[in-house]
Ligand binder design. Structure first.
Ligand code: EPU
Length: 416
């Protein structure tokens, strides 16, 4: 199992190009199932989760051609409507094939995702919405088996805001008969990016970017070309890294308009930000100031950035309080940060952080994707050497993180 070895205390300086967003690429790849024509995608990040998704899609009969960051999909010969347990258990986003397969072929059998390190993460809202659209759904042998001659438009109000739930229902509604209204829809930029691709494919969607999506179903969707939106969480992670280590970095191929809250919090920490059209320059020359926040759905503070900001808070001046409202168990990084010398206590869904003068490197264990990123940041800010085990979590969602960070001066190597 690969590990990352980090020698802390290095200032960061230089340019980092941001990759396409994992959480946009995954649903967008599934949209390839909705048409018999070519869907041509660019800016698809090199990630383990993308590989897993392409493997899952290929076994349905979807043709996949990959050339660097470009992927061309063709769904003319889909012949298998099953997403097997072996694949779904490694990546929950596999559930995103359910809506498209059911809508286009009238049937889908998708393994029910199991438990997850950050919370129980049920998919009941995906199922509820599809049932409201007329699907007959049974759960048998660990599989969601959905059937319907043609989905019918419906008014769906999900109990909570769900990102992949909105995406699944949006893709299903695009090919349903009549009008679907998705109330309480997720507004994350990744949902919006998927909606933009669907419109290029011929879908009729109103309210894109709002919490009320109105979809007029069409009989068929056509091929389209699309560039995946830049990864705001990857960008935010590197900005946290410079907040923790100090330095002067420029992020390129990024988007400044989808990072609002995170940028405000970084400024509050003392990071000097200069925003260009697709660039962000971040300068930091002092100890960060502690910031408190509460995670919420977009446009609030993203749960996917909670762990990375907490790593900065760990060495910041002052005390802070971080409340996680999206997932019930997303504090697995806290014990590991404390092994590096952080002073963090948890009470329910709130973490109380007393900033310490210094962290000291130690062996630590990555437990999930964003927790791994927070340990990388903490390791880069710590004195001495940090060894991070189980970094396969990191490879699921960051495109060559250690390569990008060493290029700007971090002392970080992968140990095979
Ligand atoms: N929920 C339900 N029932 C459902 C769906 C969701 O109870 O049917 C609950 C979840 O358990 C959770 C909350 O609703 O407590 C929100 O979950 P959501 O469905 O929005 O999460 P997701 O779609 O499974 C996506 C991202 C996550 C990100 C969350 C929240 C993808 C592939 N994944 O997950 O990304 O944290 O939205 O923004 O888009 C990550 O990248 O590290 C990651 C975990």
């Amino acid at each position: 199992m690969d590990k990352l070895q980090i020698v802390g205390g290095k200032r960061l300086q230089g340019e980092i190009a941001i990759s396409g967003a994992k959480n946009a690429a995954l649903p967008i790849l599934c949209a390839g199932l909705l048409t018999a024509q070519d869907v041509k995608l660019t800016n698809v990040p090199h990630l383990h989760d993308v590989k897993t998704m392409l493997k899952l899609l290929a076994q349905t009969g979807l043709s996949v051609e990959q050339d660097g960051e470009s992927v061309t999909l063709n769904g003319a010969n889909i012949n298998n409507l099953v997403a097997p347990y072996e694949m779904v258990k490694t990546m929950r986003a596999s559930i995103l094939v359910l809506g498209p397969l059911l809508a286009r072929f009238g049937e889908a059998k998708v393994s029910l995702p199991g438990g997850c390190a950050i919370g129980s993460r049920p998919v009941d809202q995906h199922i509820k919405g599809l049932r409201q659209m007329g699907a007959e759904i049974s759960i048998e042998g660990g599989y969601i088996h959905a059937k319907c001659a043609r989905l019918k438009g419906a008014r769906i109000h999900t109990d909570m805001i769900t990102v992949t739930g909105t995406e699944n229902l949006l893709m299903a509604a695009a090919l349903a008969e009549g009008e679907t209204v998705l109330e309480n829809a997720a507004r994350e930029p990744e949902v919006t990016d998927l909606a933009h691709l669907l419109v290029k494919m011929g879908a009729k969607i109103d309210g894109i970017g709002t919490d009320r999506l109105v979809i007029q179903g069409v009989n068929e969707l056509k091929g389209a070309s699309h560039g995946v939106i830049s990864d705001r969480i990857e960008a935010g992670t590197f900005l946290c890294a410079v907040a923790a280590t100090g330095g002067d970095i420029v992020l390129t191929r990024t988007r400044t308009d989808i990072l609002d809250v995170a940028l405000d919090k970084l400024r509050e920490m003392g990071v000097e930000l200069t925003l260009g059209e697709n660039t962000i320059r971040a300068r930091m020359d002092k100890r960060p100031r502690a910031v408190s926040f509460r995670t919420t759905e977009y446009p609030g503070f993203p749960t996917d950035m909670q762990a990375q900001f907490m790593a900065v808070d760990a060495i910041a001046e002052g005390a802070s309080r971080v409340t996680e409202t999206i997932f019930e168990n997303r504090f697995m990084h806290v014990q590991e940060l404390n092994r590096l010398g952080a002073a963090i206590e948890i009470d329910g869904n709130t973490a109380f952080i007393q900033g310490v003068d210094r962290l000291v490197g130690a062996p630590v264990m990555a437990t999930d994707l964003r927790a791994s990123a927070s340990l990388v940041i903490a390791g880069m800010a710590a004195q001495g050497t940090t060894l991070i085990d189980r970094i396969y979590h990191l490879d699921r969602g960051y495109d060559q993180m250690e390569v990008k960070l060493s290029a700007v001066g971090a002392d970080i190597v992968r140990i095979k």
